[in-house]
Design a protein around this ligand. Sequence first.
Ligand code: NAP
Length: 254
Amino acid sequence: MQFQGKLALVTGASRGIGRAIAVDLARQGADVFCTSTKAGGCAETLAAIAALPPGSGRAAALVADVADAADVQRLGDLVTQGVDGIGGRPPDFLVNNAGITRDGLFLRMSEADFDAVLGTNLRGAFLVCKAFARAMAKARNGRIVNVGSVVGLTGNAGQANYAASKAGLVGLSKSLAQELAGRGITVNVVAPGFIQTDMTAALPAEVQAAMQQQIPLGRLGTPEDVAGMVTFLCSDAAAYVTGQTLVVDGGMTR
Ligand code: NAP
């Protein structure tokens, strides 16, 4: 229960990696705001948090499209005003996890698919950081964790838009890390490899099998594997880590 009294915001916490992050932070005692684009989208996440042992954190759901500046502004207002007895101040832990893919080979990739992926994955993180950074800086406290991808480091055929968005997150995070270090805020990227979620379940079975072959640890990652790294970055043990990209990929990236 190392995070009792702490407040977290996890974007895209309705399922997959975001849900695992929200549950793990709550298990450590933090109160957690969970976001989705849909009303009721975070119901299962909230139920999982409610089922944690006594002393765990509480959770509240908020609806926001991170690609929409007005939505994000409203999100910022709700968190700092408080909802369902949670919040009423800027978060201690800000986790930008919301992300989408619109895969396709570059020669066939439309501007709309490029803009959609950059809009959610990169501009979304920018907007959410913007909504909270000033108040977090004033509080002289905070951890920002941006969920990138190994694809942002290596590139990937068929994912020019996604890889660009995740590489952009690295540049954004390193710059923010430098600007906010003096205010006691660390900013890091967690770059997962191939993790079992709805996002990867959409890939053909042969692609999934081929990817598994490239993983030295011999298995796909779980959302909990990624959540463990986010929890570490929010912990006191990571107080001196900032501007870094931590890869969680079973040894796939060499
Ligand atoms: P997922 O199962 O598809 O979940 C994506 C989450 O993002 C959902 O909660 C979704 O919420 C939310 N979301 C999507 N667009 C949004 C928007 N415009 N505004 C707010 N929320 C939005 O994906 P995942 O696999 O858990 O991935 C989570 C993160 O990890 C993403 O950033 C992804 O790029 C990254 N990642 C995943 C893998 C992997 O192998 N799975 C590998 C590397 C990196 P609603 O649909 O409920 O609105």
